[in-house]
Design a protein around this ligand. Structure first.
Ligand code: MET
Ligand code: ZN
Length: 781
């Protein structure tokens, strides 16, 4: 039986949790360091929750009708759901997040196609699953009936929905092979029913259940046909029958509910939920009437929650106005397409003064979280009272967009001409056997060559020197000499260890994308634009707003300096085009493939310059290649095509005798194995230690025939692997594929590790390579 609370006219699906001044980060880290108590942490969290919902009321969301989401999380919203459902005991919250010496933390993985990471709950046939913790109810009550004399706010509690929660969970280690967490749907739904009844009893008019799994073949692809529709029908059939419940909004952010693998809007619309939110930035609106929508509110996600560009209010208002008649929805409301978790708080926190490319014109072109709230309320007013009611705001947006479209730097004719002139030959190198022979003659490497992924430990001194230079406390010369000293130390260390292909260690890089964004034209780097990556970790994605050019070489001086210190080859180190896009806020006014080609051409010039300076090996890292994989199967092919093309454009300017490496930080290749082959790198290093080299036979079966460096040393832990252990892993690799292809390296960069453990581990790594070389020589291979 549907409930008759009118849905608010305008809302957002969630708001950043970390705090405008990263208060949550500081509070968590102080608690973990033992400097504060649980009560201190809870007090900060409570203050943040109240300040946030009141701030949103101040921005114009209605404080009385559930317009304001209660979307706080102390660490991660999937972990919160696991606690609510009793899968993780509330007392173990921080252990689940961080481990405690004896118990490992839950696995951390990417949330859909974003750079946010969630904790993966583990569920088996007997895992407790019942309404166990009422934090969403307490948070609702604390805001609705505040005891601090402040503004009461009737919020809309936000919880991950039951279908998505179970689909994101993984089967517990001891579960039978045929078990999937979705088998526990009825138990989970009973737990959610308990939560909904409690929320209703506390007076919550609305609850929001997020079901992004419904848009993602990457999550649901393995399910038998009909299983997802059945799960939706069962879950929401049961939840809408809960007596005394709040009205239910189900959201489907990050994509389209309808795709070639099925229409997941239909089964949802067939239930009695009161409102459905569609992502109309990434997905499309149904063009015709949807059965079941008549009695519901269609919440139109028209303001991009995942990117920072100002909304075209005129276009979106027209779209919103047409939706009701087109779809047959009972009512239409306006919202962000996703939670605002993915964007910084406020564009006004930034000084737009041209520092680091923060062109003053950009202020008018962007909308961070707070600006997006205003966009939503503007659209909602326009929808309710007609376009005249918001004519000024719409005109201002239109003017800003027009200004952006014709601004210098947004379109640089020379860049356009260069991209337009590209030919297939520009992404094609000589055949691999020819390259391999030329590189072997030039590099003269032993069998099983040893190398690292690029970064060496970033010591306190390095960070301090970089920060001092950024603040202007030390001059360029002092900074240069501090970095050169570090590079010299790292080169000497690698020579002493006996590594074959050296690196300069990347001491000058704050971040592998920001470092390039700071030097390329077309990018701006923010000072305060923090976005939560996971838990207390935040990143500041650069803004890629204009056509990309490289005013000067980016890395050549550092690499050449390192090379001048040794007769061993030093590998140049670049971040690839796909990863630069994935970890930036990318312009939304042209296809990603065009932007990727521009970034690729800037990198291509860098490869050529490195080569001209005598660099024989260049690594182009693409750790985010898989992250950007579209959630819907029908879009994956086109993505992989442009991603591969961009990488090849970046690297195909290299001569036959220049060896191109790439690095990918994961081991489950599944959907992308073929694309990795098409990158045509001479050597690919991947994560493999934890999965015991599983990837190597897989690559062999897939016909991969170029260099492969399966990481033997797991750098995600401070543990020093023994030489014996590394020998064993390496033997495994060298016997499952032609040993002439195998490289020996760690899993990833060493920047988060300490020098003591790193030195020991690399010593063992070189010893292992030598041991396996002599075994292979002895066996006549
Ligand atoms: C996340 S991949 C990191 C690659 C980079 N070259 C490094 O060694 O840190
Ligand atoms: Zn990596």
């Amino acid at each position: 039986m549907p409930i008759v609370n009118p849905f608010p006219g305008g809302t957002i699906l969630g708001y950043p949790r970390i705090g405008r001044r990263r208060e949550l980060k500081r509070a968590l880290e102080a608690r973990w360091a033992g400097r504060t108590t649980d009560a201190d942490l809870e007090a900060t969290c409570r203050a943040l929750r109240l300040a946030t919902v009141r701030h949103l009321a101040g921005l114009g969301l209605d404080p009385a009708d559930g317009s304001i989401p209660s979307s706080f999380s102390p660490y991660d919203h999937v972990l919160d759901a696991a606690v609510t459902l009793g899968v993780v005991p509330a007392a173990d919250y921080h252990v689940a997040a961080r481990g405690d010496g004896t118990r490992p933390p839950l696995e951390l993985t990417k949330w859909f196609d974003t750079n946010y990471h969630y904790l993966v709950p583990q569920i088996g046939p007997h895992t407790p699953l019942a309404f166990a913790d009422d934090a969403p109810v307490r948070w609702f009550a604390e805001a609705a009936h505040p005891d601090d004399g402040g503004l009461p706010v009737v919020t809309r509690p936000v919880v991950v929905g039951p279908v998505t929660f179970l689909l994101l969970a993984k089967a517990a280690a001891d579960a039978p092979a045929a078990f999937h967490p979705l088998d526990r749907l009825d138990d989970a739904v009973a737990a959610y029913a308990g939560l909904l009844a409690a929320l209703g009893a506390t007076g919550a008019p609305w609850v929001q259940l997020d079901e992004p799994a419904l848009v993602a073949d990457t999550v649901t692809g393995h399910l038998p046909a009909g299983a997802l529709a059945d799960a939706v029908a069962r879950a929401y059939g049961a939840l809408t029958a809960v007596p005394g419940r709040p009205a239910i909004l189900v959201t489907a952010p990050y994509g389209d509910l309808r795709g070639t693998t099925g229409d997941h809007l239909a089964p949802l619309a067939a239930t009695d939920v009161e409102a459905i939110a569609l992502d109309l930035v990434r997905g499309t609106a149904p063009a015709g009437p949807v059965p079941g929508l008549a009695g519901k509110t269609l919440v139109a996600g028209l303001v991009d929650g995942h990117n920072v560009w100002r909304t075209d209010l005129a276009r979106r208002l027209t779209q919103a106005t047409a939706l009701g008649a087109a779809t047959g929805a009972g009512a239409v409301a306006v919202a962000t397409s996703t939670s605002l978790l993915h964007v910084p708080h406020d564009a006004d926190d930034e000084t737009w003064d041209a520092t680091h490319g923060r062109d003053p014109r950009l202020r008018d072109w962007v909308a961070f979280a707070d600006q997006k709230v205003t966009e939503v309320t503007t659209l909602a007013r326009g929808l309710a009272h007609g376009p005249d009611a918001v004519a000024d705001q719409v005109a201002a947006a239109t003017a800003a967009l027009a200004d952006r479209a014709r601004a210098a730097g947004v379109v640089v004719p020379a860049v356009r001409a260069r991209v337009a002139a590209l030919r297939p030959a520009d992404q094609t190198r000589a055949p691999y056997p020819e390259r391999a022979a030329a590189q072997a003659r030039r590099l003269r490497l032993p069998l099983l060559p040893t190398t690292t992924i690029g970064s060496f430990p970033q010591t306190r001194e390095i960070r301090a020197a970089r920060a001092a230079w950024t603040r202007g406390d030390i001059d360029d010369a002092a900074y240069q000499s501090a970095m050169r000293e570090e590079i010299a130390r790292v080169v000497t260390l690698q020579e002493d260890l006996g590594l074959d292909v050296l690196v300069h260690g990347e001491p000058e890089r704050n971040d592998m994308v920001q470092y390039f964004a700071e030097q390329l034209d077309g990018f701006a780097v923010t000072a305060h634009g923090w976005v939560q990556s996971y838990g207390s970790r935040c990143v500041r994605p650069p803004l890629l707003w204009g056509d990309v050019t490289r005013p000067a070489p980016l890395t050549v001086a550092w690499t050449s300096y390192a090379q001048s210190l040794t007769s061993k080859p030093v590998k140049g180190m670049l971040t690839g085009p796909v990863t630069i896009l994935a970890w930036s806020f990318v312009r939304d006014d042209q296809p990603l493939t065009d932007t990727a080609a521009q970034v690729a051409l800037a990198l291509r010039d860098e490869v050529t310059d490195l080569q001209a300076a005598g660099t024989a090996v260049v690594q182009v890292d693409e750790p985010a290649l898989r992250e950007l994989l579209p959630l819907r199967r029908e879009h994956q092919h086109a993505y992989l095509d442009w991603a591969v093309r961009a990488f090849r454009l970046a690297t195909a300017g290299a001569d036959t005798a220049t060896q191109i490496h790439t690095h990918l930080c994961y081991s489950e290749f599944g959907d992308v194995i073929d694309a990795i082959d098409r990158l045509d790198a001479d050597v690919t290093s991947v994560e493999a230690a934890r999965s015991r080299m599983e990837i190597v036979p897989q690559l062999d079966r897939a016909g991969y025939g170029r260099g492969i460096g399966p990481g033997v040393y797991d750098i995600h832990s401070p543990r020093v692997p023994s030489a014996g252990e590394l020998t064993e892993l390496l033997t495994l690799a060298a016997t499952s594929i032609d040993p002439a292809l195998v490289w020996v390296n760690p899993d990833c960069g060493l920047k988060t590790r300490g020098y003591a453990e790193t030195t020991q581990s690399l010593r063992h790594l070189v010893a292992a390579a030598r041991a396996v070389r002599s075994t292979l020589a002895g066996s006549g291979r």
